[in-house]
Design a protein around this ligand. Structure first.
Ligand SMILES: [Zn+2]
Length: 169
C-alpha cells in the first residue's frame, strides 16, 4: 500500500478513513501491530502477514519451516516442494501435524542423511523425542506409506508397546 493511499479497516473501528503513512496500524481486527513503510505493499503487520500466509498455504509454510530448521541444524535438505507436498498428503502428515504428543512429525530414517524422498517418514512427536532421547532406533507404527519396506515383526510390536507403556508412566 502506497503512502497517501486511503484504506478502511474491515471492523469499522475507525470513524475516519485511514491514510497510509510510514507508520500504520495493522488492518487485522484488534491487532495493534505496526506496518512499516518498506512493507507497504500489504496493510498487515509482519506477524499477521506470516499468520495469513500460514493459513492460506499451510504446506508451503511448513515446508519453509522444515527447510529453515534443517539449515539451522546442519542437516541436508534435498526435497522439492512438490515432493514434500506429495509426501505430506500421502502420509497423513498434512492433517496430522501439530504440537501435541500424538501429532505427526517428519523424521529422517538415516540420521546422518538429508531430508529427501526415501529418507523421510512420519513419526508421532512422542516417538520422535523418545528416539532422540535414547539415541537409538525406536520402531514405530505411524504411517508407513513412504517406507513400506519396513514391517515390524510381532516381537518388535510387543517391544514397542512395552516402551510406550514405560514412556507413559
Ligand atoms: Zn497485525
Amino acid at each position: 500500500m502506497k503512502a497517501g493511499a486511503i484504506y478502511e479497516r474491515p471492523d469499522g473501528r475507525d470513524t475516519k478513513k485511514m491514510v497510509a503513512t510510514s507508520k500504520n496500524y495493522c488492518l487485522t481486527e484488534r491487532c495493534r501491530g505496526l506496518v512499516h513503510k518498506k512493507k507497504e505493499h500489504s496493510p498487515f503487520c509482519a506477524k499477521c502477514r506470516t499468520r495469513r500466509f500460514a493459513k492460506k498455504f499451510p504446506l508451503k509454510y511448513s515446508f519453509n519451516n522444515l527447510r529453515k530448521r534443517a539449515k539451522e541444524r546442519g542437516h541436508g535438505f534435498d526435497l522439492s516442494f512438490g515432493e514434500y507436498e506429495s509426501f505430506a498428503l500421502r502420509s497423513g502428515y498434512a492433517t496430522g501435524k501439530g504440537k501435541t504428543p500424538d501429532s505427526l512429525s517428519i523424521d529422517r530414517i538415516a540420521n546422518d542423511g538429508p531430508y529427501k524422498v526415501g529418507n523421510i517418514r512420519v513419526l508421532t512427536l512422542s516417538f520422535n523425542s523418545m528416539k532422540a532421547a535414547k539415541k537409538s532406533f525406536v520402531p514405530f507404527f505411524a504411517n508407513q506409506i513412504e517406507n513400506q519396506a519396513y514391517q515390524p515383526t510381532a516381537e518388535e510390536i510387543e517391544a514397542i508397546q512395552k516402551q510406550l507403556a514405560e514412556h507413559e508412566n
